[in-house]
Ligand binder design. Sequence first.
Ligand SMILES: [Zn+2]
Length: 413
Amino acid sequence: MKSIFSVSAIIIVLVFGGLSASAQNPDFPWPEGKKMAISLSFDDARGSNPDPGATLLNEYGVKATFYVVPASMESDIEGWKMVVETGHEIGNHSLYHPCSGNFAWSRDRALEDYTIARMRKELSDTNDEVERLLGVRPEVFAYPCGLSFVGKGEETQSYVPLISEMFLSGRGWLDEAPVDPYYADMAQLTGMKMDNMSFEEILPIIEAASENRQWLVLAGHENGTEGNQTTYLSMLRKLSEYANDPANGIWIAPVGTVAKYVKEKRTAMEGNLNIPGISKPAANGNIYLTSEKGRGIGPDIQYMPEWNAFGWFMAKDRVEWDMNLPKKGSYEVWMEWSVSDEEAGKPFLLTSGDQTIKGVIKPSGSWETFQKIKIGELTLDEDFNRIVVASGQEFDKGALMDLKALTLVPAKK
Ligand SMILES: [Zn+2]
């Protein structure tokens, strides 16, 4: 029995482990009870974007984001002014569209030959140029060719940090998953292809994103009825009708509008969301392993936002915390928990690598009263460490405890 259970536990972790971030949180609060967000985006300032592209979207009141290369707009400034005046967003898609030199057309401006400083100057010049031509300054960016590096070999650098500093958001290209509004890095929004696809081909992607309460950022180029890198007008008509039908629960808005909304909601919910992730020492040297950062794994365990704690902690459940440390060191381990008198007294195990702290859950007074005590000491390695808290015995009824946080305090020498 025992070996069979542990095999199934491993499968559960493999299959569902990745879902714990969203499974422990309420559905993302999209406006007016909507189920998901869609942003339509078009790259390069193609000639077909103002008309028929924006013209068609205007029939439906749908606002999109156009990521432009300024020089490509100069032959149709009036058309692009219409795009701005009718409420669409203009984003930055760089001055010269640099991509990998593997594209022969980009060899004279290959990302392999770029530096961060050159990229910074050109992106700033792009913003100035868009403002000069259209009177608006881009707040959002899309990576040309979806590539986010500069340099070559050991000198390669990511320019995601630059985008994070300069823009509200950065969008990729040919990505395979929608944006998770709780988790996503705004500087690395995924962009899923809508060029050369029928509405019937895109609908399952929309339905899956709706199911998961996600943000689907679609990316395309030309607007027309045929041709390479073309988002079909027939698809845009059907998608606009579908998005405008209140029964489908879709919020369709430009990337910058949705990005601002997501950031506001995340800030408002800070401290009440379970987003498992890496913890690092605070300025005072302590490492605060809060329940917001912990990963609850098992059949019963639940993150309880009203208590900022893991509850329903049973024998087969565990909580994991990951951390990165600048150097090896010894730490006192303080645990903050609550338990009713009748459930108190069960053993627990805290493990980190081959070290174990064993203890017994002492009464805290009640489920509503949290206590904090030192439970032992650990030596942690430089860089990555994982701490796991679990029950020290099997039990059928009751619960182990409600676990709020661990605090690791540098041990006095
Ligand atoms: Zn492009």
